[in-house]
Design a protein around this ligand. Structure first.
Ligand SMILES: Nc1ncnc2c1ncn2[C@@H]1O[C@H](COP(=O)(O)OP(=O)(O)OP(=O)(O)O)[C@@H](O)[C@H]1O
Ligand SMILES: [Mg+2]
Length: 407
């Protein structure tokens, strides 16, 4: 059973699958006056919509998945199969469980909206989805994520230096590099660069769809060196988690506007951690040169490979690396033995340089270009990239990104 609202012959056909009469009415009213969109409603649950859907040729599919339970997830896959060719799809659900997020990533869903929907958001999302499909040839951000194997190993230092190196190496298309500090409670990216953190999680927490390009610009801090930083003001007394939607929305948006995104991850495993790891192109576990930390790094790498994304291959960077450790200390051969292929390389120990950079609020490169830390890190980041032709990726968004192997 389908109902059609409006429109012109040249309108884009939207198909909404929803057994929820109120939602169908709201969406029908929203698009009634639109000359750009022609809406067809399949007033059935997604599990029963497959046959009708096959006969339609939607330009955009909107599926109401209700509670997003196992049957709904199966129905989502069946609808995607029924269409044959990939069609930009927006999912509406009552909540965003991790199983749903996982399935949406696998199916390359363009966007999702949590009920109750705001009509303006749905219209804007449809317009963005069409715009994104038209811009499919653009290069999307390369997302590099740094995870600590222990506290204080130098993750933030390496994140900022990596971002600075990438920014200097930019393709010159003006899109630049953005550091995202996901240590929302007590991140130090903004402190190390002596800039004011502007990202107000509270303002968007209950309505992540509100976060658009304009709001992002307000919440972005820019350093004199040209680096862009998303960091939240410290909330040391408040230990709380943030909804996965906030993080996903943020990374989706940031990855559409920047050439490079470098993420500083917290040590604690949050409900959104796996999604971030899966959406990253390269994963770097940062360790220092102590036995417990190297063991932790090895465990973390195996856990990510086993549980998060079997095809992802996180690599380990050993910070404050010394070739000749004192007797009884770790040696390079020990690292190779424990970490095997996942050992990407060491970054030199140079405390005076790091300390001067932090005290002056500048990247290491501004204190000393081509320092041992910069060259070590550049070797790791750009290993094997000399002849690499940059792959053009679809702009379907962060959710559509597939994990890649670390360099
Ligand atoms: N390559 C290095 N050589 C010498 N000192 C370093 C190096 N990298 C980091 N440090 C120093 O180590 C300390 C911790 O660095 P940093 O804050 O980057 O670590 P972190 O892993 O982000 O810490 P946290 O767990 O608090 O987030 C700092 O004092 C920093 O100056
Ligand atoms: Mg840190």
């Amino acid at each position: 059973m389908t109902e059609t609202s409006a429109n012109t012959e040249t309108a884009y056909r939207l198909v909404l699958i929803s057994p929820d009469a109120d939602l169908a009415n709201t969406v029908t009213n929203a698009f009634q006056a639109s000359k750009a969109f022609e809406l067809q409603v399949i007033a059935k649950p997604a599990a029963e919509a497959e046959d009708v859907l096959r006969s339609l040729e939607p330009r955009i599919l909107i599926i109401d998945l209700g509670s997003g339970g196992p049957d709904d997830l199966e129905a989502l896959g069946a609808c995607a199969d029924a269409l044959g060719a990939p069609v930009p799809t927006i999912v509406i659900a009552e909540r965003c469980e991790s199983a749903l997020v996982r399935r949406m990533m696998q199916l390359r869903i363009s966007d999702f909206i949590v009920k109750p929907i705001a009509v303006a958001d749905l219209i804007r999302t449809c317009v963005q989805v069409l715009g994104s499909a038209g811009e499919a040839e653009k290069v999307e951000a390369e997302i590099r994520t740094f995870l600590p194997a222990a506290g204080g190993v130098g993750t933030t230092t390496l994140v900022l230096e990596a971002a600075s190196l990438l920014n200097n190496k930019g393709l010159g298309d003006g899109k630049g590099t953005c550091v995202v500090d996901l240590n929302f409670q007590h991140g130090s990216c903004a402190d190390y660069l002596d800039i004011d953190p502007q990202f107000d999680v509270d303002e968007i927490e209950n309505n992540p769809e509100r976060l658009d390009r304009q709001l992002l610009e307000v919440m972005l801090s820019t350093h004199d060196s040209g680096l862009n930083v998303i960091a939240a003001p410290h909330q040391p007394s408040e230990l709380r988690s943030f909804k996965p939607e906030v993080v996903i929305r943020l990374l989706d948006l940031v990855s559409s506007y920047f050439e490079n995104v470098v993420i500083d991850m917290p040590r604690i495993w949050f409900p959104w951690t796996e999604t971030v790891l899966r959406g990253s192109d390269k994963l770097y576990v940062v360790a220092d040169m102590t036995v417990p930390c190297i063991r932790n790094a090895e465990r973390l790498v195996r856990a990510i490979e086993r549980q998060v994304a079997p095809e992802a291959k996180p690599g380990v960077i050993v910070n404050r690396f010394e070739q000749k450790m004192f007797d009884g200390g770790l040696k390079r051969a020990d690292l190779d033995g424990v970490l095997k292929d996942s050992f990407l390389g060491g970054v030199s120990n140079n405390y005076p340089l790091v300390r001067e950079a932090v005290d002056r609020g500048v990247p290491l490169q501004s204190v000393k270009p081509n320092s041992n830390i910069s060259t070590d890190l550049a070797d790791i980041l750009f290993a094997g990239q000399a002849d690499e032709v940059r792959e053009k990726k679809s702009l379907l968004g962060f959710l559509s990104k597939k994990p890649k192997r670390a360099a």
